[in-house]
Design a protein around this ligand. Structure first.
Ligand code: PRP
Ligand code: URA
Length: 206
């Protein structure tokens, strides 16, 4: 299912990272803050276990998260979403998947993967700012499914209709979360209007 998270703070920060004048520092900070705000909304339905604890004043019947959370950024640009969510959920373990898009074929090429052992039973959030053709996200989801993951949420900042359709076709069981659904892809596979090349803007490589 597609979910557009258009809380005013998320939309405001998205406008900052979309601007072509925004430099690396502001891009990085706002992307990270957006990821945290999105995670706050996405985790609304995470189940809780009831527990009994002692406060300094007395016994207290309360609750804690019933499931582990695993964050899996798609390298490189997904790295820019990890810290914000980890600050919010410090118990989250972090896996990595290395994929880059071949500039000519637009097909994802994978070069690295390492997942925490609790991935199969955790709520897995795959992180990547851009959902363009959907090839990278679809390959990443297949890879974590192969490792045993069953509850998977795809968390991206900007998506194109083509990418959303690809994930809905390849992985109908995966929930998709976006800050915005843009108009289309251009002839080079970039999202229009999008925000440009997320990895380059995050790491200052162009
Ligand atoms: C970008 C982006 C996604 C992918 C999206 O990464 O961060 O991973 O493209 O495109 P798709 O939906 O068409 O697969 P890129 O391949 O440029 O690698 P990088 O992060 O290392 O720059
Ligand atoms: N990857 C990016 O970084 N930006 C796009 O618009 C599409 C793919």
């Amino acid at each position: 299912m597609l979910n557009i998270l258009d809380h005013p703070l998320i939309t405001h920060k998205l406008s900052i990272i979309r601007r072509k004048e925004t430099g690396t520092k502001d891009f990085r900070e706002n992307l990270d803050e957006m990821a945290a705000l999105m995670a706050y909304e996405i985790t609304q339905d995470i189940p809780l276990n009831e527990i009994d604890i002692e406060t300094p004043v007395g016994p207290c019947h309360t609750a804690e998260l019933a499931r582990d959370i695993v964050l899996i950024p798609i390298l490189r640009a997904g790295l820019g979403m990890v810290d914000g969510i980890s600050n919010l959920i410090p118990t989250a373990k972090v896996g990595h998947i290395g994929l880059f898009r071949d500039h000519v074929t637009l097909e994802p090429q994978d070069y690295y993967s390492k997942f925490p052992p609790n991935t199969p039973d955790a709520v897995v959030m795959i992180l990547d700012p851009m959902l363009a053709t959907g090839g990278s996200a679809s390959a990443a989801i297949s890879s974590v499914k192969k490792f045993g993951a069953k509850i998977i949420k795809l968390v991206c900042i900007v998506g194109a209709p083509e990418g959303v359709a690809r994930i809905e076709r390849d992985h109908p069981d995966v929930d998709i979360y976006l800050a915005a659904l843009d108009e289309k892809l251009n002839e080079n596979g970039y999202i229009v209007p999008g925000l440009g090349d997320a990895g380059d803007r995050l790491f200052g490589t162009k």
